[in-house]
Each structure stands twice: as C-alpha cells, then as structure tokens.
Design a protein around this ligand. Structure first.
Ligand SMILES: C[S@@+](CC[C@H](N)C(=O)[O-])C[C@H]1O[C@@H](n2cnc3c(N)ncnc32)[C@H](O)[C@@H]1O
Length: 258
C-alpha cells in the first residue's frame, strides 16, 4: 500500500526525530527556515489552522502559542503520541489526529483559515492528493503555506551514493535519507521524494489554489552569528516556502471565461 514504508520509517524514527527537533539540534529550522516561514505566515491570532504532517508538533505548538486554534495531523501514530504527551504536559488546546494528508477523512470542506505544511510535502507520497485535500478544507481566499527542501540544492541518495539533486533534477525520485549527523542522539532513516518545482506548482494550480508568494530563505547576519555552521546559506537557500491562496468560486468562473 502507498505510504506504508514512509509511515513505518517515521514511526521507527519518532523518538530520535523528537530529540533532534526539541533540543535545538535542528538549526536549519531554528536559524533559517522557521524565521522565514513565520514571517511569511504573519499574524495567526484567532485563526483556525490545520498543520498538515505536523510530526511531533514543534511548529504546531508555535502556531498555538501565537494564538491560533490548531489541529495537527500526521500519518505516524508514534509522532502523534509524542505530540499528545507534550499537550498533556502543557495544554495549548491543540487537537492531534493520526491521519494521511491525502485523505483528510472527517475534516469538513471550507473549515480552515490557514493550512500549513512545514518541510513535509517532500515526504508525502501522494502530494497531489494532499494538496487538493488542503484546498478542500480551506475557506475560499484562505492560504495554504508549505515549505520543502529546495529541489535545486538538496542532496539525494541515489544507488547508495549521495548526489546533488540538480544532477538528476527532472522527474520524481524516491530515496532514503540516512540521518547520521554527529549531533544526533541516534541515527535514523526516513523516505523522501525528489520532485521538481514545476511538479509542485502544477499541483498547486490543479488543486484550485494559485501561488501568491515564493520565498527562498536567506540567512541573516544576526542568525549567522548565532549559527555559524549555516554559513553556506548566506548564498544558497536550503528550502523554498510557497504561499498559495484558494481561488474563490467567482474567481474560477472569471478565469475560465478568459
Ligand atoms: C520532516 S517531517 C516534518 C514534520 C513537521 N512538519 C515539522 O516541521 O517538524 C515530515 C513529516 O511528514 C509526515 N508524513 C509523511 N507522509 C505523510 C502523509 N501521507 N500524511 C501525513 N503525514 C505524513 C511524517 O510522518 C513526518 O512527521
């Protein structure tokens, strides 16, 4: 079945991943990607937000602390269990559900003001269906914001060798990621998919959304002083963040008449 190996690896990696994220070792997130993503997202106070593929809930909690009413969903029961443990320790009013992003069964149409998906669409096998589900549950004129490793600069594991994705840019590649950096408490493995920017933008458009902004996060001088290891990101983005908006019905009619 689709997604089974992705789910299995994330379940097996849940504890190691949570340790990585919660102990400040994920410095790409803390120093580069989150500052850019949350600046783009802006004020979420009072918004009803779905955090798709929320993992152990680090960014879900940030959204809740900023005043959003948040639901977090993830395919990995183990990661959701870890997220729920945090919610028990310090309640932020977050609702967590084990759910495949490609089948948001039980979530009604047009009920969210914002859907986020932080650095996860590259791990979702049926990313096109996940995007159309994001669009379905969004209210008209509301935003779907997602980030992915930049497909032009990521490294991928191909036939056991680490290569530049740019060398095999066109087409989809399913590959394992061996998380074995020294700073980890234990190594782990996950499954990911390389796709082109065109693939993602095409999926956005086919989901009844249109791209309103694209950000390639650049390391600030201040963040560089705190995270000198991110030096190469003064010149090269590690991720791309895409903001899209659900087309209201009248706009769709307008477009199709042209
Ligand atoms: C790199 S992690 C990012 C997690 C979280 N967004 C964060 O920023 O910490 C990717 C996540 O995607 C989830 N995932 C993969 N396929 C999924 C699917 N089909 N539906 C829901 N979640 C999925 C994994 O379980 C994992 O939690």
């Amino acid at each position: 079945m689709r997604d089974n190996d992705v789910k299995k690896e994330w379940d097996n990696s849940a504890k190691a991943w949570a340790d990585f994220v919660r102990t400040g070792k994920d410095y790409y997130r803390d120093g580069l990607n989150n500052p850019a993503a949350f600046e783009l997202i802006g004020n979420v106070k009072g918004l009803t937000v779905l955090d798709m593929a929320c993992g152990e809930g680090h960014n879900t909690r940030i959204l809740a602390r900023k005043g959003a009413n948040v639901t977090g969903i993830d395919i990995s029961p183990k990661l959701i269990e870890l997220a729920l443990q945090e919610e028990k320790k310090k309640a932020l009013g977050i609702k967590y559900l084990v759910m495949n992003a490609a089948h948001l069964t039980g979530l009604p149409d047009s009920c969210f003001d914002l859907v986020t998906c932080f650095m996860a669409l590259q791990d979702i096998e049926d990313y096109r269906k996940a995007m159309s589900e994001a669009s379905r549950v969004l209210k008209p004129n509301s935003r779907f914001v997602f980030s992915i490793p930049h497909p032009c600069f990521e490294k991928i594991s191909l036939d056991g060798k680490i290569t530049d994705a740019a060398d095999n840019y066109l087409g989809e590649i399913k590959y394992p990621i061996h998380w074995n950096m020294e700073r980890l408490s234990m190594p782990f493995k996950t499954i990911s998919f390389h796709r082109t920017l065109t693939d993602y933008i095409d999926a956005v458009n086919k989901s009844g959304l249109y791209v309103s902004r694209l950000v390639e996060p650049k390391l600030t001088e201040k963040a560089y002083r705190k995270y000198p290891r991110l030096q190469e990101n003064l010149k090269k983005p590690q991720s791309v963040i895409i903001e899209s908006v659900k087309i209201a019905m009248s706009h769709t009619v307008e477009r199709s008449r042209r």
